[in-house]
Design a protein around this ligand. Structure first.
Ligand code: NAD
Length: 425
């Protein structure tokens, strides 16, 4: 494995990129003639590392590491989020960009895969510091990004306000309004209706389709969600609103549980009003380490990667794991879940709802013609249901799990484009 690592990663600690390489190893035997191009996917096409100096409120100048990786551009411009988190590093950004290549091709969007991030804890910054950091990072990316080159979007630690600053900075530097340079913008400046909840809604759609095929009723299904940010809380609300029972929610502040069901709207309102996890009247606080072993039908990791390790997988009792987060299950843990009869709905399919509506936003920006929220919901449902159906059938035909089936579909599309375009010169 380490011989395949580029020299600029640390072989002793290869990080999430090593997990992406392992997943590619599993798909390669299924690629037939196209396998000769697989090494294309084992190295990102381009990576950029930038210094982001920021004037802090107290007058000091602090320097932050910024990254953008374009993993593959064979099928279109790069597309993928921007993460502001203290653990961001090159390996993580590369892995996330690789998963974006797979995700975009799996649902057949005309994009390659990209990802970016800044190694920073945004919670420690004032609003002014966050704005200066975002603007300087965007400026340092320069023409690496662009509506026809590489289009960032929100991810962990970034939101529509950050996208608004990115778009404004890029537009000012180019002298014209460039709404298509980022997606996940506020609706008032070219964002799409339905984008904010799209990833969570997509998780729900993919889970609903899987439950239908597994004969698991949605009404009353017991659901546990890790992460109550953008993805986690929208997923929790979608399940709740469609009649499932949300029994537990965990985030960085704690884990709440109620066997009779938690109302995610009430939890959100409680937190927005300044309430804490421990004083939420609709559930009780339980120890964090009890979360993974809870008796539930559907488990949704929607926080960070590497959460379901082999030790955690051994405790899981759910019938379905829906990967709202990117890379939450290690390959060894996935094998354990599989042996237990637990179906894992892989990130590259389950959380593709966000980028799908980002694609709708980009199309609307290019045409300056905006769709209704109902239109967006219906189109999202159709794109994900159809992708799920063909991947589900392929998994059964080929006797592989859903992740490998998704990788086969996606990598075949990417490598076919690669082979048809040919190598220059
Ligand atoms: P977010 O910052 O809005 O929320 C993250 C949540 O995770 C928060 O509730 C936080 O408390 C929780 N969390 C962080 N560390 C935790 C820990 N150690 N234990 C328990 N909870 C923890 O981020 P998000 O946008 O919801 O993204 C979550 C995941 O979904 C990421 O893996 C991201 O890459 C992925 N994702 C996001 C989108 C999107 O549209 N936002 C799209 C696809 C995939």
């Amino acid at each position: 494995m380490s011989t395949r690592l580029p020299s600029y990663l640390n072989a002793a600690e290869p990080g999430p990129w090593a997990m992406f390489l392992q997943q590619l190893d599993r798909v390669e035997p299924h690629l037939g003639e196209l396998a000769r191009w697989t090494d294309t996917l084992r190295r990102p096409k381009r990576t950029l590392v930038v210094d982001v100096p920021v004037r802090m409120d107290d007058g000091r100048i602090e320097h932050f590491e910024g990254f953008r990786a374009q993993h593959n551009l064979s099928r279109g411009p790069g597309k993928g989020g921007v993460r502001f988190h203290p653990a961001v590093n090159l390996s993580e950004v590369m892995a996330l960009s690789g998963w974006m290549t797979v995700k975009n091709a799996a649902v057949n969007l005309p994009y390659g895969g990209a990802k970016g991030g800044v190694r920073v804890d945004p919670g420690q910054l004032s609003r002014g510091e966050l704005e200066r950091l975002t603007r300087r990072y965007t400026s340092e990316l320069g023409d690496f990004i662009g509506a026809e080159r590489d289009i960032p979007a929100p991810d962990v630690g970034t939101n529509d306000q950050v996208m608004a600053w990115m778009m404004d900075t890029y537009s000012v530097n180019h002298g014209t309004m460039q709404p298509g340079v980022v997606t996940g913008k506020p609706v008032s400046m070219g964002g799409s209706l339905g984008r904010r909840d799209a990833t969570g809604r997509g998780c729900f759609v993919v889970a609903r389709e899987a439950m239908r095929r597994l004969g698991l009723p949605l009404a009353g299904a017991r659901v546990a969600v890790q992460g109550f940010g953008n993805v986690g809380n929208a997923t929790a609300r979608a399940f709740h609103d469609e009649g499932a029972r949300l029994i537990a929610v965990q985030d960085v502040h704690g884990t709440v549980f109620n066997d009779a069901g938690i109302d995610p709207h009430a939890l959100l309102a409680h937190l927005k009003a300044g309430g804490s996890w421990s004083d939420f009247p609709g559930a009780s606080l339980i120890p964090d380490d009890q979360f993974w072993g809870l008796d539930c039908d559907v488990l949704v990791p929607a926080a960070l990667e590497g959460q379901i390790t082999p030790e955690v997988a051994a405790q899981v009792r759910a019938r379905i794991v829906v990967e709202g987060a990117n890379g939450p299950t290690t390959p060894e843990a996935e094998d354990i879940l599989h042996d237990k009869g637990c179906t894992v709905l892989p990130d590259v399919l389950a959380n593709a709802g966000g980028v799908t509506v980002s694609y709708f936003e980009w199309v609307q920006n290019a045409t300056s013609f905006f769709w209704t929220e109902q239109d967006i919901h219906a189109k999202l449902d159709r794109v994900l249901s159809e992708a799920f159906d063909s991947i589900w059938r392929s998994a059964h035909d080929k006797g592989v799990n859903l992740r490998t089936a998704t990788f086969i579909t996606a990598c075949s599309r990417v490598l076919e484009a690669r082979a048809m375009r040919g190598l220059y010169p």
